[in-house]
Write a protein that binds this ligand. Structure first.
Ligand code: XMP
Length: 539
């Protein structure tokens, strides 16, 4: 199924390499309309085949006149679909339609006072702009540019200006083409949401159909239609994504579903027991616990390369699922489908398997590794167009308990990608011990903050075991042992993250406890890097 089918309306965000591309799609979804990102070199015909209800051209870092500047198929502006361009999007619209873009004397970065020039603000020549409806004649917008449109294309009017930028926005309302030099998608443009709403609901005539209830209803219907009478196994990790898929599938196909939990021995302390407890006691689903710890330990022995570890773990997952499917099929009902909790950022960062985009492979997410020889399933991935916080909202709407919905993300390859270098039983024991302390202390901190401020500030937190040793002194004795690195980040969707500004007392307590309670560790460091340039996990 596509997420579009869940809402019937699709807004395409055409990506010119924008810093804010994801943000535009999120803002549109937050307004209740489904939105997806597509690469800027997608031909108009292909875009048209997706039946978009509206198109938004993102910003981008290049100058439209640079040699390899991204451009757009001019046919996109002739599809009869309303188009809204931001920043580079305005410039590319102007250039493509015969206007002119020039360097401004000085760039314009940050908040800028804007003056509307349309009929609602006294102009006799320019009609009232629907894009600006309900916003003041003088307002603040967020700018980030050096080039700007100097002459608008034929049929366009200028609807606003700033001191630096004579064409802060332009439009041709007959063709429903609109553009702004500023960024309505950032919070620093106070009326940005109003403008986006005006575009989606007044200009394009869309409706707020991207609601949790409609998504559940349509997802359940889509799963039923895809699966028919077939049998499905579900790769369950106990995390929020696969639990939400379990709840959706259970609602859709009931006893055609078997949930399979592969225990690779790389889970956190006490986790396998907790997962088994939840899915045998709290959920009424068919549950299989596969003990694959020894097989994984054998396969990972001697392996140090991060991508090699990911590949081995991912491939073995498929094999384990396939073995379960073959066992189940002995009763004469074969398993055709594998359902899993792949979400949108997994796909983007694994190299755009389905988006057709140009994203490079940052990490091969475990569930996007190709099937090994002899293994095949048809896949059901009902969450492959969702961001993490949307999955959580879906979980709540499906009635999942809070402790699952707010569980912090945990990667499929588990602690193997938090042990730098070879995974050994000794290192696993050290990391599990340290991680349990990190979780205990930060769970308590997050919950206390939730009580006080209504939000859990730290999004993900864990321990990493690097492949180095350092000298220390304990009880007058020299030690030569491993450090633990504490990673704690704030994020909403894992696409970007900032390191958490934890109180010093908390950091101190975590450090003292780890060194005192975990044999083999003599030092604790705190990772203070955001994503980008780092990633959340170390491998
Ligand atoms: P990075 O390290 O890429 O992680 O910034 C982003 C988010 O994804 C999680 N992650 C994974 N999740 N399978 C998963 O299910 C994987 O292979 C995987 N790798 C990273 C990571 O924990 C973070 O929340």
């Amino acid at each position: 199924m596509t997420a579009q089918s869940a809402s019937g309306q699709l807004v395409l965000v055409v990506d010119f390499g924008a810093q804010y591309g994801q943000l535009i799609a999120r803002r549109v979804r937050d307004l209740g309309v489904y939105s997806e990102i597509v690469p800027c070199d997608m031909p108009a015909e292909e875009m048209s085949a997706l039946v978009p209800a509206a198109i938004i051209l993102s910003g981008g870092p290049a100058s439209v006149y640079a040699e390899d500047a991204p451009s757009i198929d001019p046919g996109v502006l002739d599809l009869g679909v309303p188009v809204l361009g931001f920043c580079y999007g305005q410039q590319i619209m102007a250039k493509t339609l015969g206007g002119t873009v020039s360097h401004t004397d000085k760039g314009e970065y940050g908040a800028a006072p804007l003056e509307r020039l349309d009929g609602a603000c006294g102009s006799a020549q320019v009609p009232e702009s629907m894009l600006f409806a309900g916003t003041p004649c003088e307002q603040t917008v967020w700018m980030s540019h050096r080039d700007a449109v100097s002459q608008v294309p034929e049929g366009f009017v200028v609807t606003s200006r700033t001191d630096v930028c004579p064409v802060a926005s332009m439009e041709c309302s007959e063709r429903r083409l609109y553009a702004t030099q500023f960024h309505p998608e950032v919070r620093h443009t106070p009326y940005g949401d109003q403008m986006l709403s005006n575009f989606l609901f007044e200009i394009c005539g869309l409706e707020r159909t991207w609601t949790m209830d409609s998504i559940i209803e349509d997802s359940v219907a889509a799963i039923r239609e895809q699966v028919g009478e077939s049998r499905v196994i579900l790769g369950l990790s106990g995390g929020v994504d696969s639990s939400v898929v379990a709840a959706l599938c259970a609602k859709a196909i009931g006893d055609q579903l078997t949930c399979v939990f592969v225990n690779h021995g790389l889970l956190r302390q006490d986790e396998p027991e907790e997962v088994e407890e939840v899915f045998t006691k709290q959920f009424d689903v068919d549950f299989v616990h596969v003990h694959a710890e020894d097989r994984y330990a054998g396969l990972l022995a001697g392996v140090t390369d991060p991508e090699a570890k990911r590949r081995i773990i991912g491939e073995q997952f498929w094999k384990e699922f396939f073995a379960v499917a073959e066992d189940l099929a002995e009763d004469g009902r074969p398993v055709q489908y594998l359902a899993q909790g792949t979400i949108y950022p997994d796909i983007i960062e694994s190299g755009a398997r389905k988006t057709g985009g140009k994203a490079s492979t940052i990490k091969s997410h475990h569930n996007l590794i190709p099937f090994p020889d002899g293994v095949h399933f048809d896949l059901i991935e009902p969450l492959d167009h969702f961001f993490k916080d949307e999955v959580r909202a879906l979980g709540t709407a499906l009635g999942l308990p809070d402790h699952i919905v707010h569980r912090q993300p945990f990667p499929g390859p588990g602690l193997a990608i938090r042990i730098i270098g070879e995974v050994t039983p000794e290192k696993l024991t050290m990391l599990k011990g340290a991680d349990a302390i990190v979780r205990e202390e930060l769970d308590a901190y997050n919950e206390a903050q939730f009580e006080e401020r209504g939000e859990r500030p730290v999004w993900q937190y864990f321990a990493v075991l690097p492949d180095v040793k350092s000298v220390g002194v304990m009880g007058d004795e020299r030690t030569y042992q491993r450090p633990i690195i504490l990673r704690a980040v704030e994020s909403s969707d894992a696409m970007t993250a900032d390191w958490a500004k934890l109180p010093c007392e908390l950091l101190g307590r975590v450090s003292s406890r780890i060194v005192a309670e975990v044999p083999g560790i003599n030092r604790v460091a705190y990772d203070i890097t955001s994503k980008p340039p780092a990633t959340i996990e170390w491998e």
